[in-house]
Design a binder for this molecule. Structure first.
Ligand SMILES: CC(C)(COP(=O)(O)OP(=O)(O)OC[C@H]1O[C@@H](n2cnc3c(N)ncnc32)[C@H](O)[C@@H]1OP(=O)(O)O)[C@@H](O)C(=O)NCCC(=O)NCCS
Length: 145
């Protein structure tokens, strides 16, 4: 199993993997834009050439803002999300980030638990953040040392 930087050549595999995991899939165009954005960083976890998980962030003024994290449906609950998020935090640290921040749907128990386990703390709520479902976002962050 290896963790490496995602490139444009991985878009098809990542799009296949993320199908059904999010309320909205990212189109190929969105992925192209993300990967060509100089503030963005995406990591993949793969085994024998198969993408099992990905996670990304934008680095803005020393803050690593997590954009998207997912583990393929068949490989969830095997510690891969935790492994990849730890690598993301380490990468952000190497890039001089002082904090990693994110927002997560209030109902997303799996993700909130994952982040909590890694030391992220809940800092507040953004009401009605996800407009389509009128759901609150929980703001979480981890100070990087
Ligand atoms: C959230 C997500 C990335 C977790 O990935 P994962 O690889 O399954 O997570 P891990 O196996 O590393 O789990 C680490 C810890 O998180 C918590 N956790 C993970 N899935 C959980 C679940 N379904 N219910 C409760 N806690 C859960 C547990 O504390 C777990 O530790 P444990 O298995 O020792 O109890 C995955 O469920 C996913 O891809 N969800 C859909 C996309 C998504 O919601 N992304 C996050 C918002 S951007």
């Amino acid at each position: 199993m290896i963790i490496r930087t995602m490139t444009a050549e991985d878009i098809i595999a990542v799009r296949n993997m993320e199908q059904g995991l999010f309320a909205e899939d990212w189109s190929e165009h969105i992925w192209q834009q993300e990967l060509s954005n100089e503030i963005s960083n995406y990591l993949l976890l793969e085994e024998a050439g198969t993408v099992l998980a990905f996670a990304g962030y934008w680095l803005v003024a020393g803050e690593a803002q997590v954009t998207r994290v997912a583990t393929s449906k068949e490989h969830q609950r095997r510690g891969l999300g935790a492994q990849l998020m730890s690598a993301l935090v380490e990468r952000a640290h190497q890039q001089q980030a002082f904090v990693v921040s994110l927002e997560v749907r209030e109902s997303n128990r799996a993700a909130r638990e994952l982040y909590r386990k890694l030391g992220f703390r809940e800092q507040g709520i953004r009401p009605n953040y996800y407009r389509a479902t009128h759901e609150n976002a929980v703001l979480m962050d981890l100070v990087v040392e």
